[in-house]
Design a protein around this ligand. Structure first.
Ligand SMILES: [Mg+2]
Length: 423
């Protein structure tokens, strides 16, 4: 497939962290919101368009941001929450394409080359995707489409809302946010014109230092940039950057969409509403965490060799312990058994405010999984993992399959551990 025939979408959530904060607290709607550290050295992680109208930008110090926009509401960063929403976003994107490469929490590239549809159908799909995200998550995004990652990314930026200050009837300056087009496609054959409509500093990877060097070379537009011979760029910018800048000025970006490597671990953790010390009080949380990771593990078609336990004391000290098994497992009883053994010697260090269980070191579950376990067990001979162990494993595998089938049909609460039932 020639590179020029590729079809790449770039999806970028609109001021993601700030929008999630507004979603969770509707009182913030239409207000200048800054998400960031409120300390002396805090920086802006994200801000609403109303704050942008005042010139507030990401990575700016919160102090400077507040001088630009004194009425801004500064909200602390809640990474865990953004990760949660991001995961839901990526799940939606995976319904549209298996070629999804996420970039950070709020951006992703999708490769639609194989879809082989015309540009108007493509736009329609992109609009549907945008609506789908809005309906499921309550959040806005912008989508750019082009034949490279570079063009798609610049295009999504073109699709964004804009914000500026305008004087109101009583001559006060008020922020005015104008919706963007939402979806912007770089129509085939117009790639160079589109690139030329940007200034060199708009191109990704060109920071203030490079911009300054380019200005010194008399470059003020992308069209100027194309007139600079490669050798001159090379001597001023160095090999790697020169190549990239030279290519970008021509709309060339050979990078392909690289679907993300699947997660290396699966975790579940819980922060308690009040600190817990005894095993009787901790056990339900332990069981819940184990059930959750075991279920996710099985559903992703994997078994894990390492089980880790994490505890955070009331003094915020984090204690982690793990155990690696000779054979991988997805059996919740086996994982619980190990987690229980890991937690027992730590109980004296409590009370605890958080408990988490993680499994890692994956192997795929298939028929060879059972078979290999059996062989390893035989080879091991004595010890914990005997032939008896492997027949237990086979039985438990069948049990987990049956349990997950029931959950799939009747919902995740259809079958839960007996000890979690309220007496
Ligand atoms: Mg974004």
């Amino acid at each position: 497939m020639p590179e020029s025939d590729r079809c790449i979408l770039h999806i970028d959530m609109d001021c993601f962290f700030a929008s999630v904060e507004v979603l969770d607290n509707l009182a913030y709607k239409d207000l200048p919101i800054i998400v960031g550290g409120d300390s002396e050295r805090g920086v802006v992680a994200s801000c609403s368009y109303q704050a942008r109208a005042y010139g507030v930008r990401s990575a700016m110090s919160v102090n400077i941001a507040k001088t630009k926009c004194p009425d801004a509401i500064v909200v602390p960063v809640r990474h865990q929450r953004y990760r949660e929403v991001s995961q839901a976003l990526m799940e939606i994107l995976h319904r549209y394409s298996c070629q999804v490469e996420s970039v950070g929490l709020d951006e992703a590239y999708l490769d639609f080359t194989n879809l082989d549809v015309n540009e108007s159908v493509l736009c329609e799909i992109a609009h549907q995707l945008r609506t789908g995200i809005k309906v499921s998550l309550g959040l806005d995004c912008s989508i750019g489409i082009g034949n490279s990652k570079l063009l798609a990314k610049l295009a999504s930026r073109r699709a964004k809302p804009t914000a500026k200050l305008e004087s109101s009837e009583n001559h006060r300056l008020i922020p005015v946010v104008t919706d963007g087009v939402g979806v912007f496609i770089v129509v085939r054959g117009t790639e160079q014109d589109f690139i030329d409509s940007h200034s060199p500093g708009d191109l990704p990877g060109i920071g203030p230092a490079t911009r300054k060097k380019l200005t010194q070379m008399g470059v003020s537009s992308v069209a100027d940039l194309r007139l600079v011979p490669y050798a001159s760029l090379h001597s001023r910018l160095g090999n790697k950057l020169a190549r990239r800048v030279f290519d970008m000025a021509r709309g060339v970006d050979p990078r392909s969409v690289a679907p993300n490597v699947r997660a290396k671990s699966i975790s579940s953790e819980e922060t308690f509403s009040s600190d817990l010390a005894s095993i009787e009080l901790l056990r339900p949380s332990l069981v819940r965490a184990v059930e959750e990771v075991a279920s996710k593990l099985y559903c992703s078609g994997k078994a894990a060799r390492t089980v880790s336990l994490k505890l955070k004391t009331s003094q915020f000290q984090v204690i982690e312990r793990s155990q690696t098994l000779p054979n991988a497992t997805f059996d919740s009883l086996e994982i619980l058994d190990i987690a229980q053994r890991l937690i027992s010697p730590l109980l004296g260090k409590g009370p605890f405010r958080l408990l988490g269980v993680t499994v890692s070191h994956f192997v795929p579950i298939d028929s060879s999984y059972i078979q290999t376990s059996f062989e390893i067990d035989k080879a091991d001979g004595a010890g914990d993992f005997t032939g008896l162990e492997s027949s237990r494993r086979k039985r438990n595998t069948d049990l987990v399959r049956a349990v997950e089938d029931v959950k799939k049909r009747f919902g995740p609460q259809a079958l839960i551990a007996g000890e979690l039932l309220k007496k």
